[in-house]
Design a protein around this ligand. Sequence first.
Ligand code: G4P
Length: 530
Amino acid sequence: MKLTEEIEKRRTFAIISHPDAGKTTLTEKLLLFGGAIQTAGAVKSNKIKKTATSDFMEIEKQRGISVATSVMAFKYGGKQINILDTPGHKDFAEDTYRTLTAVDSVILIIDCANGVEAQTERLMEVCRMRKTPVIIFINKMDREGRDSFDLLDELEEMLKISVRPLSWPIGIGHTFQGVYNIYNKELNLFSANKTKIAEDVVKIENLEDPQLEQIIGEDATSELKEELELVEGVYDEFSKEDYLNGDVAPVFFGSAINNFGVKELLETFLDISPSPIGRETSVGFVEPENSDFSGFIFKIHANLDPNHRDRIAFLRIVSGKFERNTFYNHVRMDKKLKFPNPTSFMAQDKSVIDEAYPGDVVGLYDTGNFKIGDTLTEGTTVSVKGIPSFTPEIFMELENKEPMKSKQLDKGIQQLTDEGVAQLFVQQPGNRKIVGTVGQLQFEVIKYRLEHEYGAKCDFVPRRYHKACWMTTDNQDQLDQFIKAKSTYIAKDKDDNYVFLAETPFLLQMAQQDYPDITFHFTSDFKVTQ
Ligand code: G4P
């Protein structure tokens, strides 16, 4: 098969949601449709139960589960679908952000009773930044929830994206009868059933079709007509182009647990979602059709076997064809590497593959060659841009508890931060190490792993920073002055970029006022500015 055909049939996306909105359930239903699993309950929830937030063994268990479910591939309707899993726990949000760099679109799930929640907003911010196309699935319509128009308003307001319903619910909770599929002009009738796959679908000509009233009743029919009239009046015609540009999010309603609305979601998704998109690189945009293979590492999963310190690096293929046992350039290290056992992930089975194509994710066994963001190429040496670091929320200074073991500690913290467990900022004088994370849990992970894998003991001392800010300017003198004047708050990140560790919002504001030529950024890819 030609490269273009392989590309066209692939869809690589992530399902994202606030915990408990139904990500695991929807993933499972999609896998059931694809025939990748046979029974419900086969997908383990990749979330750390609320009761176990500080139980390290629980984290370890989760790490085992999450490698198994990191990528779930299946075939449906002639398409090769790759779902990339994202951790549910908010302390692992960075991992999710990085995974979002490896997908071409996302499905965002909203709980119809809770609407937009904290985690939903953060995730959407990352999608907006990258202009990732988003489809929204409003879930749990079998339960009492909020008014649909109110929900749509909230989505637009809080997620700062235009929405366009492509299906419309008939009732909600105990009055829920199904949805009217605006896109296909079909009536999908609801029956609560957790095991069935097929839905009862009635094709109707238009809203005047007498079948409508016969099936859902007079009152529901007139309500549906009124609401659809309002929908058509308020929302613009659905434009696939706007969706692909990340400007409008089509919305579906359903109930994942009851398998309801899932098929139409999947089919519309396959119809409108983008096939693998190229990536920005050091030499410009690389299209997937480019025959030279290129790909980047967006996730590293370590500690599969603590005795061997082996890791799996997850490679997203950007262009060309990847082949087993072929030498590729590791651009950062300027080194040729080949991979005898690259793995693909078909649902929960791992298997060695001989070749892979743009959009695919391949697991590479690694003995410490890779960092997050590394590029592998064939032919020209390009590096893929855009695995951003985000400002951490919690900062701690790393203190060595055993001075004789400082080498082990240095090596350990370096490797753990290369894996993306946390960010490391080094301050001078004295090489002081400030570790930044988005959640408390990572400090436990680091402490445990430093001790068990590297034999180094450490303590963490809280540092009350508000944000880490990357800086850009056209006025180098002003930046030099700033770095000198604020030296106690300046550190360097893993790529040797200067970072300002602002203690409070006020001090950041002062810095912006006093040094107007410097722009302060909350991510390392300099797109989101303060
Ligand atoms: P998550 O991965 O986003 O965290 O959510 P998950 O799928 O685990 O779903 C969270 C809870 O919501 C689960 O209940 C699940 O059964 C329920 N749920 C998912 N979709 C629907 C739906 O369409 N309608 C209703 N009523 N509930 C839904 P749980 O009690 O936490 O877990 P479980 O004991 O049912 O597994």
